[in-house]
Design a protein around this ligand. Structure first.
Ligand code: PMV
Length: 334
């Protein structure tokens, strides 16, 4: 048995669109922050059985989820020639109410634990390429703090992997997760990306302007310039959502409280507060700010009508192996 823990990450410069579906290769690079909260603890054990088993959050998982995990572990089996079936035991410390996708931390932890269990020697970059094939954003959770997942050029995806990004010594941030709704999103990320790429006249502009955003974000991190980072983050976010709005038919993830939070962030900033927003394929808003202002800003955002709750997260660690398998009695093993 081998086990790993991975934290979730939030993209500051977004991934939206694929250059190859089968290998999950992105049309653009992306840059993210791994959080110190919300993660997945996963154990993988080779077993003498005819089929893979998946226990998720203490219960036997659905056939569909088990099949997705099996297909992922197949990549490790093919790479090693070891055809053993596995029992995967996984616990998401990403409460449904937090409104954060768990696929990033889930596939990062699964990649690390399954590679270790099958004795597949891989560095963090190679593991990120493996995790990417489960869920694109998972590639970035192999790294702590700020990470960039490169688009890559190779057809086999060998160079579409993540890496750590250089950050000015002492630069620190907080990300406030502002919950703005519940329930299923109208359209999943893969479906949304494919539909956008096919039908939005803005999509080529999104792809063409993306490299400059990545350069700006990296320069801002190297200089420790939060304002520049926040500015390019908002630009990338709104371009991504504009692509979805201008697809045919158009779609959006925003709910009324989402818009109220965006208004509040703009008003707070106009009054001098260091706050910038980002949004993913869901109604929630994540607000970038300083460690000093985080609690005060979180209190203001929690008071916006329709907001269900807020969580303040700091930069978190890279995915790592852990000794024990997850338990399901509510304690957090991170
Ligand atoms: O990795 P996926 O398929 O869950 O897609 C993630 C898409 C966004 O969250 C909207 C952007 C990103 O870069 O994480």
């Amino acid at each position: 048995m081998k086990a790993a823990y991975a934290h979730t990450n939030i993209a500051l410069v977004k991934y939206w669109g694929k250059r190859a579906l089968e290998l999950n290769l992105p049309a653009t690079g992306s840059l993210s922050l791994t959080l110190d909260r919300f993660g997945t603890h996963t154990a993988v054990e080779r077993i003498a059985a005819d089929a893979d088993e998946l226990v998720l959050d203490g219960a036997v998982a659905s056939a569909a989820r088990t099949a997705r995990v099996s297909a992922f572990v197949d990549r490790v089996r093919r790479a090693t020639g070891d055809t053993a079936r596995v029992r995967v035991t996984s616990r998401n410390d990403v409460p449904t109410a937090a409104g954060l996708a768990s696929s990033a931390s889930a596939f990062a932890a699964l990649a690390m634990a399954s590679a270790a269990e099958f004795g597949l020697e891989m560095d963090a970059g190679q593991l990120s390429g493996l995790a990417r094939q489960g869920s694109g954003s998972a590639s970035r959770s192999l790294f702590g703090g700020f990470a960039q997942w490169d688009r890559g050029e190779a057809d086999d995806g060998a160079d579409s992997i993540a890496r750590a990004v250089r950050v000015k010594v002492g630069f620190d941030v907080r990300l406030i997760v502002v919950r703005c709704g519940e329930g299923e999103k109208p359209i999943g990320s893969t479906e949304g990306m494919v539909h956008t790429a096919k039908t939005s006249p803005y999509y080529p502009a999104w792809v063409d302007t993306h490299a400059a955003d990545l350069d700006e974000a990296r320069a801002a991190l190297a200089a420790g310039d939060l304002e520049k980072l926040g500015d390019v983050m908002e630009f990338s976010t709104l371009k991504m959502h504009a692509c979805a709005l201008t697809a045919r038919p158009g779609f959006w993830y925003l709910k009324p409280p989402t818009v109220a939070v965006l208004d509040t962030v703009k008003a707070l900033r106009a009054a001098g507060a260091p706050v910038w927003f980002t949004m993913d394929a869901g109604p929630h808003v994540k607000v970038l700010t300083t460690p000093e202002q985080a609690d005060a800003m979180a209190a203001k955002l929690a008071a916006v009508p329709g907001v269900r709750g807020v969580d303040v997260a700091a930069p978190g660690p890279a995915a790592h192996l852990v000794d024990a398998a997850p338990t399901f009695d509510g304690e957090v093993n991170a």
